[in-house]
Design a protein around this ligand. Structure first.
Ligand code: PSV
Ligand code: MN
Length: 423
């Protein structure tokens, strides 16, 4: 008889402990090894419990590429149903109590009704995102358009969104402009920049004191020659002109390939002007894929910078997901993004910062690097599962979601996608 390929594993010490479930045992094993390393596990769990991730209303609706939209059964037909789906994600993950809205995609007659509906589901409305990229009038830009009448129209929409923010109880106005040019010589870079600063200055001056403005940059698309806020430097300098409550938003899909995003994050943190994130992942362009699905190591390194800054200043940063699902089931995709964020944060919290500092001071290049790799290699899934349970959410959110029959239920109630969401 051939020898068995797998020998029976010897009983491990932690298996002998009175831990009832596989998850419990895995957690026991991890917490023991962390305690042996001197990690304060209660503190790590506390930080994980306080993590917050905002989901985007448009991530629940049908979206597509410029080639096709594949409608899914059961997608929300209006902003109220998007909130219902967002509440589901929050219930299962425990860390997503706010939802970003996009106007006019989420325009309703009664914004206080929308606010109350969110509250009845245990949610709040988060960032309000104006939309200045779909009207035919914005072909040559919005706040940078050469025609003052179009700039007026764009500014009025931004002012409308300030009012919406007040009505829904939001304290974030999150701005992204598709403005740019397609051909060299088409317009003046500098005049366009001055037009933007003037329009945003007007909006900024009307904002109530507790409203923050986030400015998101993007190197190309839809404009192909230049974009008016192409990178973090362009966004930062406009924020500096506007005032302290204007801060930069980093969307992980909005960089040229190979840009060191964690370095950009560190610089913005050091300037005290990193206001928010749009998490997603990409392989080529602005792919808006599930967070951590392509480059989880990059996500971890970004969190290493964020954890460092959290310890230094505790400044507010809004962590939002900006992702669109073309072929994958939307709720599962959103949940997976959130759990990937929980794991990236957990790993970053486990970095032995004293060891890193010591290695850096000693010029031990690989010692510092390996301290990061050690944390990255930790299997934090049992820790995150425990934290979710502590929050009253699910240890395994996707399994619980699938078993719940929610997707089938809403597919029956809502039917074929109504195109609510992205456009
Ligand atoms: C633009 O690509 C962007 O990242 C902005 O945040 C928009 O609001 C969002 O995507 C729309 O899907
Ligand atoms: Mn974005």
């Amino acid at each position: 008889m051939p020898a068995p390929l797998v020998r029976e594993a010897p009983a491990l010490e932690w298996e002998e402990r009175a831990l009832e479930s596989t998850e419990g045992r895995a957690y026991g094993c991890l917490s023991e090894s962390l305690a042996a390393r001197g990690v304060d596990i209660d503190r790590v769990e506390g930080r994980l419990r306080s993590q917050r991730v905002e989901t985007p209303s448009w991530g629940f609706g049908d979206t597509g590429t410029r080639f096709a939209v594949f409608p899914q059964r059961g997608v929300p037909r209006d902003p109220f149903e998007k909130l219902a789906d967002a509440a589901r994600v929050h219930g299962l993950t425990g860390v997503c109590p706010t939802v970003a809205i996009h106007i006019p995609w989420d325009r309703v007659d009664d914004y206080s009704g929308l606010k109350e509906h969110a509250e009845s589901l245990g949610l709040r409305i988060g960032a309000v995102n104006p939309n200045l990229f779909q009207e035919p009038d914005y072909k040559l830009g919005s706040v940078c358009h050469p025609d003052p009448a179009v700039r007026r129209q764009a500014t009025d929409h931004l002012l409308e969104c300030v009012e919406v923010a007040v009505e829904v109880g939001s304290d974030v106005l999150s701005l992204w402009f598709a403005d740019g040019t397609n051909y060299a010589g088409q317009d003046s870079f500098i005049e366009r920049r001055h037009r933007m600063v003037e329009c945003l200055g007007e909006v900024y001056s009307t904002m109530p004191d507790d409203l923050r403005m986030l400015l998101e940059y993007k190197p190309y698309e839809p404009a192909f020659y230049h974009t008016d806020l192409a990178d973090w430097g362009a966004a930062l300098t406009v924020c500096q002109k506007l005032g302290e409550r204007a801060e930069v938003l980093v969307d992980l899909g909005h960089h040229a390939k190979e840009v060191n995003i964690e370095y950009v994050v560190a610089l913005l943190l050091d300037e005290g002007r990193l206001g928010g994130f749009h998490f997603n992942n990409r392989k080529y362009g602005d792919d808006d894929l599930i967070v951590g699905s392509v480059n989880p190591f990059e996500l971890f390194l970004i969190y290493v910078e964020l954890v460092g800054a959290e310890e230094r200043s505790g400044k507010r940063i809004d962590y939002m997901i900006d992702q669109t699902h073309n072929i994958e089931p939307k709720l599962e995709a959103m949940i997976l993004s959130v759990t990937n964020l929980q794991e990236a944060y957990a790993k970053a919290l486990l970095v032995d910062r004293l060891a890193v500092d010591e290695a850096r001071r000693a010029g031990d290049v690989l010692g510092a690097h390996r301290a990061l790799l050690d944390a990255y290699a930790a299997d934090v899934r049992p820790l995150c599962a425990k934290v979710r349970e502590d929050l009253g959410a699910a240890a395994d959110p996707i399994a619980v979601f699938k078993e719940s029959g929610y997707a089938q239920k809403v597919a029956g109630e809502r039917g074929e996608g109504a195109g609510a969401g992205w456009g």
